[in-house]
Design a binder for this molecule. Structure first.
Ligand SMILES: C[S@@+](CC[C@H](N)C(=O)[O-])C[C@H]1O[C@@H](n2cnc3c(N)ncnc32)[C@H](O)[C@@H]1O
Length: 233
């Protein structure tokens, strides 16, 4: 089992490679959370939308021995990361990289009888609408969806309280160089069971779908620190 020290090493290597002093993609805590999610839900295949430099991807490979399919419109960053964080032959054999725009994928990368863990780490409201319609709603029963970059507030957020929530909970976690992400992280939506979720624009269609179906959403990790949610379909 991969330990926190190994996650920290991955983060150090990717920070050096990218020149980003603080990388917001994952933390050692979020990678521990993903490891636990994989162990608890025991999927037959893991499908990731958004490979990036491969931090979540490496976590999934280390946490299980199932096939991992990882989609990105460009795997240039991930290929560069292999120079500093190579995969073992056994990990390479279980990995399928799909270089494609999520909007253009016509066939879902799983069989109808497999329980899937679908990990969504791409952003945008149109993209989330597309993912819900073409991926989430076609998942085999018992599959799990995990969405990155969503923070929970027990209090329903308002125009007044949302900026405070951003300043105190989210801003300290962000990479100061990721200016685009910082300006796009300004959205929130209420959750049917209470409170609100804060994140990128995809929070609106996602919560609309969740609220309509009364989907029970759980946090990956500890409340206040958690930056991912998951639910079963
Ligand atoms: C936040 S990064 C992923 C981080 C990664 N999961 C990790 O934990 O290290 C998001 C990635 O999604 C990719 N992406 C964004 N929009 C996409 C789209 N429409 N289709 C495919 N990939 C997309 C970007 O190229 C980027 O590499």
């Amino acid at each position: 089992m991969v330990e926190t020290a190994e996650f920290e090493r991955w983060l150090r290597e990717i920070r050096k490679l990218t020149g980003r002093p603080r990388l917001s993609d994952q933390t050692a805590a979020s990678m521990r959370g993903l490891t636990k999610l994989v162990r608890d839900t025991d999927p037959r295949v893991i499908v990731e939308l958004g490979t990036g430099y491969g931090l979540s991807l490496r976590t999934f490979l280390a946490a299980s021995d199932v096939q991992v399919v990882s989609v990105d419109r460009s795997h240039g960053g991930f290929r560069a990361s292999l120079r500093v964080l190579p995969l073992s032959d056994q990990e390479k054999a279980r990995l399928a990289l799909l270089e494609a725009n999520v909007f253009k994928i016509e066939q879902v990368p799983w069989y109808p009888w497999e329980r899937v863990l679908l990990y969504v780490d791409v952003h945008g409201d149109d993209l989330m609408r597309h993912i819900i319609e073409h991926f989430v709603e076609t998942l085999p029963a018992g599959s799990v969806v995990c969405v990155d970059d969503l923070w929970y507030s027990e209090q329903c957020l308002t125009e007044e309280t949302a900026p405070q929530f951003y300043e105190s909970v989210i801003k300290p976690l962000l990479d100061p160089k990721a200016k685009k992400a910082r300006t796009r992280l300004r959205h929130y939506a209420d959750y049917w069971h209470g409170g609100s979720f804060y994140g990128f624009a995809e929070v609106h269609p996602l919560m609309e779908w969740v609220n309509e179906r009364r989907v029970w959403v759980q946090l990956v990790g500890i409340q206040g620190w958690a930056k991912q949610i998951w639910f079963e379909v």
